[in-house]
Design a protein around this ligand. Structure first.
Ligand SMILES: [Zn+2]
Length: 425
């Protein structure tokens, strides 16, 4: 009843002054709206424009003059977000690579239904510039969010891939974060690799950095490598960790502590487990994979598969089992998981791997609704953006031929993508 009243009110409002703005409006008719933020499935018409979702309607206003798209039998979900990528492109065995950069990656991933991504380290100047061009309306594509840089110990992880910011003491930690805040970094990325081969930020410096980021109002995401890094991240009071530990499985007790301290996890499970599946299953035969990746990338995996020894295959499988066990314990403790691909690495494809991450979350025990939330509403909440499919939310959507609530792999059955109120061609 409340919904009907709201609809009536909105209809009246629309019929009153819609003619001025109707040209920019888009009305999606007869679809089923799947909103992961409240797990609702509703057959309603959806009215939107560039600024966001305007209304959910039970009937089509008689005098509506904007664009209409009949999506009978289709399903609408919010646009997907990749919470951990490196937009330089795709990489495959046998030195195959496909170079993109943030501006090109933003175009490619849109076709996989990914309407926003968080680049967690690349070329700082390029990331800053491409994001600026996008904010100015000069380049299109999925919304670019970025940490701009990767804050690590001198010689630590990230520095092997190119120029990055390093922290040797408290003053440097504060200085870098103030500079990144001035450049409006969307998140701060920190690196902890205790017990690893490369130098790591100490627990003390991690805490100094996390405190300064909080002061600047920016969320922190920590690259972790071991269980000790997770302890260090919890003690530092960070907002999220990314990756799963290499040295051991996350225990039920540790998972519970992550939940208690509300630390979000971006596990990049597909990055850790899909290199094997790219070689030994039909994953890369998927229509969507073939659409977004260059043929030479796919061929690189096929060639590598033919060269792997039975022993190497066995080792790869054992590693996969360990990661799945960590995820199961995180799910059992109700830790918030977000989809991040770590694309740019082996076993990933820009955009496509968000779908793989959701499938793997479901295989590990997350419900389809929760997996959808991990890529949509929960990710938007982390980025402090309005979530879901209610009026006021972002008008970036994916229209699917099948329901991902019935089968999560239907997220790949893309009928159309809408980015900021506009149909993507
Ligand atoms: Zn990464």
């Amino acid at each position: 009843m409340k919904n009907q009243l709201l609809t009536l009110t909105l209809c009246l409002l629309i019929s009153g002054f819609s003619t001025l703005t109707a040209a920019q409006q888009l009305l999606l008719t007869n679809g089923t709206l799947l909103d992961p933020s409240d797990k609702s499935s509703t057959k309603q018409h959806l009215l939107l424009d560039q600024s966001g979702i305007i209304a959910r309607l039970d009937s089509i206003p008689a005098d509506f003059t904007g664009q209409q798209l009949d999506i009978s039998g289709k399903f609408v979900i919010p646009g997907l977000i990749d919470m951990h990528t490196h937009a330089f492109g795709n990489r495959a065995p046998h030195s195959q690579s496909e170079t993109m950069g943030p501006a090109a990656a933003a175009q490619v991933v849109l076709h996989a239904g990914v309407t926003g991504f968080v680049d967690l380290f690349g070329n700082e100047e390029q990331l800053f510039e491409h994001r600026r061009l996008q904010h100015s309306g000069l380049i299109a594509g999925a919304d670019i969010y970025t940490s701009l840089s990767c804050l690590t110990a001198p010689g630590g992880h990230c520095s092997q891939f190119g120029k990055t910011r390093t922290i040797a003491n408290e003053d440097e930690a504060k200085q870098h974060i103030r500079e990144l805040a001035a450049k409006q970094a969307d998140v701060i990325k920190l690196v902890s690799t205790l017990g690893g081969r490369l130098p790591s930020l100490s627990p003390e410096l991690l805490k100094t950095a996390a405190d300064e980021a909080r002061k600047q109002g920016i969320k922190t995401i920590v690259h972790i490598h071991t269980l000790a890094d997770i302890d260090s991240a919890i003690a530092a009071g960070v907002d999220a960790i990314t990756h799963l530990p290499d040295d051991a499985v996350i225990t039920a007790d540790l998972a519970q502590r992550l939940a208690t301290y509300k630390v979000v996890v971006i596990p990049t499970l597909a990055c850790d487990t899909d290199e094997y599946e790219f070689m030994f299953s039909n994953v890369l035969q998927a229509t969507l994979a073939q659409k977004v990746a260059a043929p030479r990338i796919i061929a690189g995996y096929q060639k590598a598969a033919s060269e792997m020894t039975p022993q190497q295959k066995q080792q790869a499988k054992q590693r996969m089992d360990k990661y799945y066990q960590s995820i199961k314990n995180l799910i059992a403790a109700d830790v918030v998981l977000l989809t991040g691909t770590d694309a740019g690495n082996y076993g990933t494809l820009q955009g496509f791997t968000v779908h793989r991450e959701m499938e793997k979350f479901v295989a590990a025990g997350l419900s389809n609704w929760q997996a959808l939330a991990s890529a949509t509403s929960a990710a938007r909440q982390f980025l402090a953006k309005p979530a879901g499919l209610q009026p006021g939310a972002q008008s970036s959507l994916v229209i699917l031929n099948g329901s991902p609530v019935d089968n999560i792999s239907n997220s790949q059955q893309i009928f159309a993508v809408i980015h900021q109120g506009k149909l993507v061609n």
